[in-house]
Write a new protein. Structure first.
Length: 284
C-alpha cells in the first residue's frame, strides 16, 4: 500500500440536527416598558421563581402601612388611630374635650399605644399611677432611720405608672415641661426631711423648694413640726389629728418626672400613721 495522499476539498454542510433540551432559567436586567393608565403590570421576572411570602407577614406589613396613613390623615385618639401625644390629637381635633385617649409617642404600629388622660385646655398628656392612693395606716413598726416608702416599707421597687419605658422616654422628649403632685397625710408624724426620688435617679429635698435651676417644689406643709412651730399653725405638732403636706413639682427638665419613691424619717412610732396620695404626671 502506498503513502496517504492530501486532504480533498470540504464537502457541503449536512442537514440541521434536532433541538436540545431546555436549560435552567436565567436572570437578566429588566427595564419597565411604557405603561398606559389603567394597564396592569406583568409578572416581575425577578419574583416569579421566589418562594411566596408568609401570609401573616404580608398582613402585618399592610396593617403597618394602613395605620401610618391613617395617622397622617387624622389622629383621633382611638386604639387604631392614636396620636403622638394629646397636643397632636387636639391640633387635629379642636373640638375634643378632656378625657382618656390613646397615644403612641414612639410611633410605628399602634400595638404598644398607651391610654392616657388628655387635659385639652392645656394640651397636657397625663399618665396615671397605679395605685394612686396608699391608705392611712401604721405602715411600719421600724423606727430606726430614714426609710423609702416603696423600697423599704411597701415591699416594692418604685411607684408604678400606666406606661412602659419606651413610651415614657418619647413623651419626655416631645415635652417642654412636666408637673406632678404628691400628698403626704400625717397622724402624729413629722414630715421634716422628706425627700422625693425622681425618675432620673436624683433626689430632692422638699423643704428647699428647688432642684437645680430647672425644677421647683412648692409645698403646703401642715405636717412639718418646724413649720408648725415657726408659723404658729397650732399649739402642738403631734396633736392626734390628721393633717396633710402637699408637694407640687414643676420642671422644664422633663426626665425628672415621674416621682418614683419618697424618703421618710419620722415613721414607725406606736402612735403615728400616714398615707400617700400620688397624682398623675402631666407632660406639656
Amino acid at each position: 500500500r502506498g503513502s496517504e495522499g492530501d486532504d480533498g476539498p470540504k464537502g457541503p454542510s449536512g442537514p440541521r440536527g434536532p433541538p436540545g433540551p431546555p436549560g435552567p432559567p436565567g436572570y437578566a436586567p429588566v427595564y419597565p416598558g411604557a405603561q398606559s393608565f389603567g394597564q396592569s403590570k406583568g409578572v416581575d421576572p425577578y419574583m416569579q421563581y421566589d418562594q411566596p411570602l408568609d401570609t401573616i407577614e404580608v398582613y402585618e406589613g399592610l396593617n403597618f402601612a394602613r395605620e401610618a396613613l391613617t395617622r397622617l390623615r387624622r389622629p383621633t385618639g382611638k386604639p387604631t388611630s392614636p396620636g403622638l401625644n394629646c397636643r397632636d390629637i387636639k391640633e387635629h381635633n379642636p373640638d375634643f374635650k378632656n378625657g382618656e385617649y390613646w397615644v403612641d409617642p414612639n410611633g410605628g404600629t399602634a400595638v404598644d399605644a398607651i391610654l392616657v388622660f388628655c387635659r385639652m385646655e392645656t394640651m397636657e398628656t397625663c399618665i396615671r399611677p397605679s395605685p394612686s392612693q396608699f391608705d392611712r395606716a401604721r405602715w411600719t413598726k421600724n423606727r430606726h432611720g430614714a426609710q423609702y416608702f416603696m423600697g423599704d416599707i411597701n415591699g416594692g421597687k418604685e411607684f408604678f405608672y400606666k406606661t412602659d419605658f419606651s413610651q415614657l422616654k418619647w413623651l419626655q422628649l416631645y415635652a417642654d415641661g412636666a408637673r406632678q403632685q404628691l400628698v403626704f397625710n400625717c397622724f402624729n408624724t413629722d414630715s421634716d426631711g422628706t425627700r422625693l426620688s425622681l425618675y432620673n435617679g436624683d433626689e430632692v429635698d422638699t423643704f428647699r423648694g428647688r432642684y437645680k435651676k430647672s425644677t421647683k417644689i412648692s409645698s403646703t406643709d401642715e405636717c412639718s413640726c418646724e413649720l408648725v412651730k415657726n408659723m404658729g399653725l397650732r399649739k402642738e405638732c403631734k396633736d392626734n389629728e390628721w393633717h396633710s403636706a402637699v408637694y407640687d413639682v414643676r420642671t422644664n427638665k422633663t426626665d425628672v418626672l415621674p416621682i418614683t419613691d419618697v424618703l421618710l424619717f419620722d415613721v414607725g412610732n406606736r402612735d403615728s400613721q400616714f398615707g400617700i396620695e400620688l397624682g398623675e404626671v402631666c407632660f406639656s
